[in-house]
Design a protein around this ligand. Structure first.
Ligand code: DGL
Length: 265
């Protein structure tokens, strides 16, 4: 029986899930948080679903050893590949996944055209096709895979001329197609909001699901009477690559330093 004071495990292929971790900390400051960045295997976006499922099984097993009362797959690509598998393995463990914000975008658009920026893995998945069938309705959804963005963000590059050119190459065609709403369908991309704001017109809505995922975690914990009453322990970070590399970008992407340990293979 999990305890209220037990931690919540949050994972991503790398640093992207920190954008979700920030929302969880904001909504649920009393929760103790564990974060695994699978930086030794990033990016997930171009890898097979089987490969990603194995990584997620490994990390879920690690969180369970740490006594985590719940897990957040803070990665759209990992969710399409592995959430059903993990739910089958651990049917009673609260597990929150992510999906691109098609439903709110379809409700918000006035032009009737919505753009989705995400990884190839997410956009090619049956789960994404089902999401469109269910929520897109009459709205035209233009999809854009973005290879290369994740690597820049992993290295702490949020502003370079190279990144700006790469991003413009992905976003300009969506604007030209008439999109008035852009979905950030990868948890790395919210870190690009400041760069996007320097040239994307302010009337274009840019949405992601980090805050919604934090609310879903809150709902699941409340239903099971597992909400912590605090105080939270300091968040603990693990990476499957060099701890120094994650430690170096934490102040920029997390807003503080933290102890980073190496995740056993
Ligand atoms: N941050 C991840 C997502 O939300 C995946 C990025 C990657 O590793 O390709 O899809």
């Amino acid at each position: 029986m999990a305890e209220r004071a037990a931690p919540v495990g949050v994972m991503d292929s790398g640093v992207g899930g920190l954008s979700v971790l920030r929302e969880i900390r904001h909504l649920l400051p009393q929760e103790s948080l564990l974060y695994v960045a699978d930086c030794g295997h990033v990016p997930y976006g171009e890898k097979s679903a089987d490969y990603i499922r194995e990584r997620c099984r490994h990390i879920a097993g690690f969180f369970r050893e740490q006594g985590a009362k719940a897990m957040v797959l803070a990665c759209n690509t990992a969710t399409v590949a592995a959430v059903a598998d993990l739910r089958g393995l651990y049917p009673d463990w609260p597990l929150v996944g992510m999906e691109p914000a098609v439903k709110p975008a379809a409700a918000a658009t006035r032009s009737g055209v919505v753009g989705v920026l995400a990884t190839t893995g997410t956009l090619q998945s049956a789960k994404f096709a089902a999401l469109l069938d269910r929520f897109a309705g009459d709205v035209r959804v233009v999809t854009q895979p973005c290879p290369g963005l994740v690597e820049c963000i992993e290295s702490g590059d949020l502003h370079s001329p190279h990144l700006r050119r790469l991003l413009a190459g992905f976003v300009e065609p969506l604007l030209a197609a008439g999109c008035d709403t852009l979905i950030l369908g990868c948890t790395h991309y919210p870190f690009l909001r400041p760069l996007l704001a320097t040239w994307v017109p302010s009337e274009i809505a840019i949405i992601d699901t980090g805050a919604a995922v934090a609310r879903q975690l809150q709902r699941l914990l409340r239903e099971r009477e597992l909400l912590a009453s605090g105080p939270a322990r300091e968040p603990a970070f693990w990476t499957s690559a060099e701890p120094q590399a994650l430690g170096a970008v934490l102040p920029l992407l997390w807003g503080g330093s933290g102890s980073v340990q190496h995740l056993r293979p």
